[in-house]
Write a protein that binds this ligand. Structure first.
Ligand code: SF4
Ligand code: SF4
Length: 298
C-alpha cells in the first residue's frame, strides 16, 4: 500500500487554548460495544489518559453521552460550546453509523436535543455542527467507519460510515481526513493508542501514517489470517476458502487487553469485522449470494 497520509509537515499551525484536549464522543446507530471496548482498555486505559498517566499526552477531558456526569441541557451545552468553536482543541469521535434522515419520512431515526428554533437535532446535524470545528475526526468501529451492522442488506435506514457522510475530501481543522479505526469492536487499547498518536501528531512530534483506508497503518498492516494462534479455524458451513477474510486487524498479534484474549486468539474464527461490508460478506448469517470481497486488504 502507498503512504496515504504522512502529515508531519502538514500539522496544524497553532496549538490552541488551555492545553487541555477534549474528546467529544457522539453516538450514531450503535450498540455501544465500542464504548465497552475502550472502557476495557488497560495498556494504556482511557482512565490513564484522563488522569494524565500517559507520558507526553496532554491533559484530557471526555464528553461522552453515556459517561458524562451532566445530562440534558447541561450535557448539550458542552456540545454547543464545541460547535461554536469554544472548546478548543477537541477531537470528534463517532461511534455508530450515520443514518440517512431523508428516509425517515416526517420523523427521524436519531435525535439529540433541539436547535434554537425548537426543531429536533439529529446525529447527522450534530456531525455537521461539530466536524468542521474539530482538530481531528475519528470513526471508531465498523459501524462508524463503513456503516457496519446497521448498513447490512435490507436496512431501511440508509446507514453509512462517517467518511461516506462527510465525503472523502473532508478535512478537519488540522487538515486531516476522517481517521478510521474499524472493528466490531476494535480493541480499546488500539483506539487509545490512536488517540495518543493523533495528539503527538498535532503537537508536531510524529507523523501520522494512515493507509489508503485512512486507518492507522501500524495497527492494520498485517492480515488477520493466517496469523497465529488459532485464527485459521473457521466453520466450514459458514465460509468457503474463496470467501475467507484476509483483512488487516491488530487483534491476532495485539490481543484484546494486555495481550490477552481477542476472538482470533481464543479459538474463535475471524469474521472479518474490520472489513468494509463485513456484515454482508462474512457473517455466518449472511446471504449465500453475498459478493466476495473485492479487496483483500479491506
Ligand atoms: S462497530 Fe460493532 S461494537 Fe461498535 S457500535 Fe457497531 S456493532 Fe457495536
Ligand atoms: S481477528 Fe477477525 S473477527 Fe477478530 S477482530 Fe480481527 S478482523 Fe475482527
Amino acid at each position: 500500500m502507498t503512504m496515504e497520509h504522512s502529515l508531519v509537515d502538514e500539522a496544524p499551525t497553532q496549538q490552541q487554548g488551555s492545553g487541555v484536549l477534549s474528546l467529544v464522543w457522539i453516538g450514531g446507530a450503535s450498540c455501544d460495544g465500542c464504548t465497552m471496548a475502550v472502557l476495557g482498555a488497560a495498556e494504556p486505559g482511557i482512565e490513564d489518559l484522563l488522569l494524565g498517566r500517559v507520558p507526553d499526552a496532554p491533559p484530557v477531558t471526555l464528553l461522552h453521552p453515556a459517561l458524562a456526569l451532566e445530562s440534558g441541557d447541561a450535557y448539550r451545552a458542552e456540545l454547543n460550546r464545541a460547535a461554536a468553536g469554544q472548546l478548543n482543541p477537541f477531537l470528534l469521535i463517532l461511534e455508530g453509523s450515520v443514518l440517512d434522515e431523508s428516509l425517515a419520512g416526517s420523523g427521524s431515526f436519531s435525535r439529540m436535543g433541539v436547535d434554537a428554533d425548537g426543531r429536533p437535532l439529529t446525529i447527522a446535524a450534530w456531525i455537521d455542527r461539530l466536524a468542521s470545528q474539530a482538530e481531528a475526526v475519528i470513526a471508531i468501529g465498523s459501524c462508524a467507519t463503513w456503516g457496519g451492522m446497521p448498513a447490512a442488506a435490507g436496512s431501511p435506514t440508509g446507514a453509512m460510515g462517517l467518511e461516506d457522510y462527510l465525503g472523502r475530501d473532508f478535512r478537519s481543522r488540522a487538515d486531516l481526513p476522517v481517521i478510521n479505526v474499524p472493528g466490531c469492536a476494535p480493541p480499546g487499547e488500539a483506539f487509545v493508542e490512536t488517540l495518543v498518536y493523533v495528539w503527538l501528531h498535532l503537537a508536531r512530534l510524529v507523523p501520522l501514517d494512515l493507509d489508503d483506508e485512512r486507518r492507522p497503518r501500524w495497527l492494520y498492516n498485517e492480515p488477520a489470517h493466517p496469523l497465529p494462534p488459532r485464527v485459521d479455524y473457521m466453520p466450514a458451513q459458514a465460509y468457503d476458502v474463496a470467501h475467507r477474510p484476509t483483512v488487516g486487524c491488530p487483534v491476532p498479534r495485539q490481543g484484546w487487553m494486555k495481550g490477552v484474549g481477542g476472538c482470533a486468539r481464543v479459538g474463535g474464527c475471524c469474521i472479518g469485522c474490520t472489513a468494509r461490508d463485513f456484515a454482508d460478506r462474512y457473517l455466518a448469517l449472511a446471504t449465500p449470494e453475498a459478493p466476495p470481497p473485492s479487496s483483500p486488504g479491506g
